[in-house]
Write a protein that binds this ligand. Structure first.
Ligand code: DC
Length: 212
């Protein structure tokens, strides 16, 4: 008899679509650990900026990825717009992605996990039994991110957030290495008109269907 498939819930999609909120709730509901893989790329981008290097420099970015420590993931400045932009730039470098691959696979392989990012269902866990692609209109996502940033004390205007996000989306979707795209067998959830409760209910139904 085949072993039961490892319970991997892969959640991909663009910035501020509601992936993190959904992933955290699903993980709690299913009793699985949660990994925000965007945080890995943010931490790499931050390390490169702190070293005074260019995030587009493959040598500096790869060294930062290979030397990543748990403490780097705990830094308070990983959510700033500057770090977000750098994370998207380092994420386009294949050697950076390669350096972070094993950690992500090991995190989920033992007892299952909920992971969110851009390539979880397409590259990290292509055999995941549950794949969700969570998206929303650019205007809705920019507004959500702007509200988050201003509530956290970052003074930034909505138009700037919208522009930064569009640039990041374009870079994440057009790169050669693991571009952001829904896996062929992903269920797409558009959260533009949905509140967090409805998104959770919809996702949970899919999870129960797929995990049995
Ligand atoms: O999810 P996030 O916005 O925190 O991700 C930050 C950046 O990291 C994003 O612009 C692209 C990159 N990323 C990636 O390339 N692959 C992932 N699995 C997660 C994030």
């Amino acid at each position: 008899m085949d072993a039961a498939p490892v319970k991997i819930v892969a959640i991909d999609g663009p910035a501020a679509a509601g992936k993190g909120t959904l992933a955290r709730r699903l993980a709690a509901e299913l009793g699985l650990p949660y990994l925000d893989t965007g945080l890995l790329y943010r931490a790499v981008g931050r390390r490169v900026l702190d070293a005074g290097a260019d995030p587009a420099d493959p040598t500096a970015a790869t060294a930062a990825a290979q030397g990543l420590t748990a403490a780097d993931l705990d830094r308070p400045d990983l959510r700033t717009p500057e770090t977000a932009a750098a994370s998207s730039v380092v994420a386009a470098i294949p050697a950076v992605r390669a350096a972070l691959l094993d950690f992500q696979r090991r995190f989920g392989a033992a007892g299952g996990a909920v992971l969110d990012g851009r390539d979880i269902g397409s590259v990290i866990f292509p055999d995941a039994p549950v794949k969700l692609f969570v998206t929303a209109s650019p205007a809705a996502r920019a507004r959500r991110r702007w509200l988050e940033l201003t509530a956290g004390g970052t003074a930034v205007d909505l138009a700037t957030v919208e522009q930064d996000m569009a640039a990041r989306d374009a870079r994440d979707a057009s790169r050669d290495a693991a571009p952001m795209r829904p896996a062929a067998d992903a269920v797409v959830i558009d959260t533009t008109e949905l509140d967090a409760e409805s998104v959770f209910a919809l996702a949970l139904r899919t999870v129960r269907d797929r995990l049995g």
